[in-house]
Design a binder for this molecule. Sequence first.
Ligand SMILES: *Cc1c(COP(=O)(O)O)cnc(C)c1O
Length: 363
Amino acid sequence: MNRVYNFSAGPSMLPLEVLEKAASELVCYGESGMSVMEMSHRSPDYEAIINDAEKMLRELMNIPENYKVLFLQGGASTQFAAVPLNLIKRTGKADYVVSGQFSGKAFKEAQKLGYDVKCIATTKDDNFDHVPVVTKDMIRPDAAYVHVCFNNTIYGTKYGYIPETGDIPLVADMSSCIISEPIDVTKFGVIYAGAQKNMAPAGLTLVIVREDLLDYAEEKMPTMLEWKTMAENGSMYNTPPCYTIYMAKLVYEWILGMGGLEVMKQRNVEKAAVLYDYLDNQSYYIAPVKKDSRSMMNVTFVTGDADLDKKFASEAAKAGLKNLKGHRSVGGMRASIYNAMPKAGVEKLVEFMKAFAEANPKA
Ligand SMILES: *Cc1c(COP(=O)(O)O)cnc(C)c1O
């Protein structure tokens, strides 16, 4: 059976080379005589895997020594609660930017915990078609942190710059843009991401946290949510998501082998340009996102006719271009073109879009 081009927003495509490497050592890893899935997380073989994963990620993202790297479970959604529970005690209040559904959920979760949180900017009234501008004067000077979602997976928007928050730690949900391009980690207090968009299969959540921010956890903190405990135990307070961490390691290795995040970015810029250049030079499809907020990872477009949108997604699937239906909350189409999507997949999509437009004239 042939592999398709899978435009799913997550879980999403993994590099074929990574899948093949995993398959080649699925049953027997190295000299261990067993699969990575069957290994004790305390065994020397597994210790080497998790240590390499961290080392490679540090190299890839140029993560400074004063940041901890945590391999956790629970998805990015668990961090919506973990972030305030670990940080808000610093001053007792926090500011949020609501740029889409996930950042809205993060804000609501902190509210639900009864905290003094403030939405300092939102683009809700514009259907989230761009990311809100954040300037230092909008932030409460005694905020414990400012939370942003860096790439809005559902709407296809992203920050093209790092918001300036001065001394106030910036906390970013980077679930759908992590390791897609180089990023200056020192500009952030915390970066977190679910792995299943751009890094690995589902089951792993990455947290990168500056050391000085580990001292503000709530007293009645659930141990599993406490970053400090996880940091002190090398992400092994309990059983980590062993196999998913191994898969992430293979993905990091794959990117390092290609030349790192500069090379990855170049590839991603070229891929996104194929799609956006086409969208900008035709009139059949509408790309709702404002140009300065366009995501490099999730490209959204509509025909303007819900029935045609439906037909598009179903015919594309038949042509081997899967999962192009937009998120259930917004409709239309969304092409998620993460690291693992080759340029040929995007080119094939554009060819399909041209043919579909010609074959389905609008009334
Ligand atoms: C997918 C996604 C989430 C939710 O991630 P889970 O791992 O499913 O909890 C949160 N934020 C962003 C930006 C996402 O893309």
